[in-house]
Write a protein that binds this ligand. Structure first.
Ligand SMILES: Cc1cc2nc3c(=O)[nH]c(=O)nc-3n(C[C@H](O)[C@H](O)[C@H](O)COP(=O)(O)OP(=O)(O)OC[C@H]3O[C@@H](n4cnc5c(N)ncnc54)[C@H](O)[C@@H]3O)c2cc1C
Length: 305
């Protein structure tokens, strides 16, 4: 029996684990992939206080993992498939095993939104900038999305590729000024405004990309069998298995203690209803959830003192 079972080892889950361990609790973190979550897969971590200069997501995630392990958190690499949250004892089932906990912290964030277009599964589509980018040296790349994450990765890719085209739904980039200025300073970044990638053609890999002008409906096909496409079209919360909880637009509502409507069940990070989704806010949520979950699992001996 664990005091706390944390689903997801992104910034929110790792922060909760560190605070839970600091209060002497038995903490299990379940992670389907790798420690780090979304931020572990980005080229550069920006704006988080005291982050290293030009720090990559990989090294940032590495330090997160090291800190959690040295705090004594148990991390198991298993995908959670089912939960039973109501009742005093919570049950969390993975592909491999079932676990019981006094509290559960839901910190499993979200996944990249699919475009839902023909050919999206082909090779060369939905690439990861730091992992796949270097293989596209001197090639033509397309970044789908014009928000902060998309433009930041486009700026990184511009240092590798021949050209980077940012395809954005809006008339102009929807990112912060800092990234807008940096993108404008890159001579090989082009912007394709009010447009969408609407189909990809090829046998095994992408060979032709079809773009549609969202204003006129006009279609344009680009033939390039060596191109790469990086999709940053938003995040969808991974809340499908939380059928016992009321959701708002797919996200989990919480109170100021990160407590959900079910006692002993907390949520933290991008998965919550919130205004700002950044590492800083995920870490803050995780800290609050970890501290509060530790309080509600306080051993009886401590209550008496
Ligand atoms: C391209 C991009 C760039 C960004 N850059 C920055 C930046 O520079 N600075 C910044 O502050 N923010 C940035 N962000 C936002 C930041 O990454 C997120 O706000 C933050 O990662 C949220 O942390 P989280 O722990 O809530 O969720 P996540 O990071 O999404 O972590 C959730 C974890 O849960 C795991 N998981 C999911 N489902 C299951 C399951 N069923 N079982 C077990 N594990 C599961 C996932 O594998 C993942 O590891 C960026 C986002 C994007 C998309």
């Amino acid at each position: 029996m664990y005091d706390m079972i944390i689903i997801g080892a992104g910034p929110a889950g790792i922060s909760a684990a560190i605070y839970g361990k600091s209060r002497g609790r038995k903490v299990l973190v379940l992670e389907k992939n790798q420690v780090g979550g979304l931020i572990g897969a980005v080229s550069t971590v920006t704006h988080y206080t005291a982050v290293m200069k030009e720090e990559s997501g990989r090294t940032f995630a590495g330090r997160m993992k090291e800190q959690a392990l040295s705090a004594g958190a148990e991390i198991r690499y298993e995908r959670v498939t089912e939960v039973k949250l109501a009742g005093e004892i919570k049950r969390v089932v993975t592909e491999k095993e079932g676990y019981e906990g006094k509290t559960v912290i839901l910190a499993n964030g979200g996944s990249g939104r699919m475009l839902g277009i023909p050919g999206e599964h082909l090779k060369g589509i939905r690439l990861n900038a730091p992992k796949d980018g270097p293989a596209y040296k001197g090639k033509n790349l397309y970044v789908i999305g014009g928000a902060d994450g998309a433009v930041k990765e486009a700026i990184y890719l511009a240092g590798i590729a021949k050209t980077v085209t940012i395809v954005c739904l809006e008339d102009e980039l929807a990112c912060i000024q800092e990234f807008r200025d940096k993108a404008a300073a890159c001579q090989n970044i082009e912007i394709m405004p009010h447009a969408s990638l609407t189909a990809v053609y090829g046998k095994e890999r992408a060979e032709e990309l079809e773009f549609t002008d969202n204003r006129t409906g006009e279609k344009r096909v680009v033939k390039d069998a060596e191109c790469g496409v990086f999709v940053y079209a938003g995040i969808v919360p991974d809340t499908r298995m939380y059928t016992e909880l009321r959701l708002e637009g797919g996200y989990i509502p919480v109170d100021e203690w990160m407590q959900t409507e079910i006692p002993g069940v907390f949520a933290a990070g991008d998965i919550c209803v919130k205004k700002i989704r950044q590492v800083a806010t995920a870490v803050a949520d995780g800290a609050i959830a970890g501290i509060r979950a530790a309080e509600v699992t306080r051993p009886i001996t401590q209550d008496a003192s």
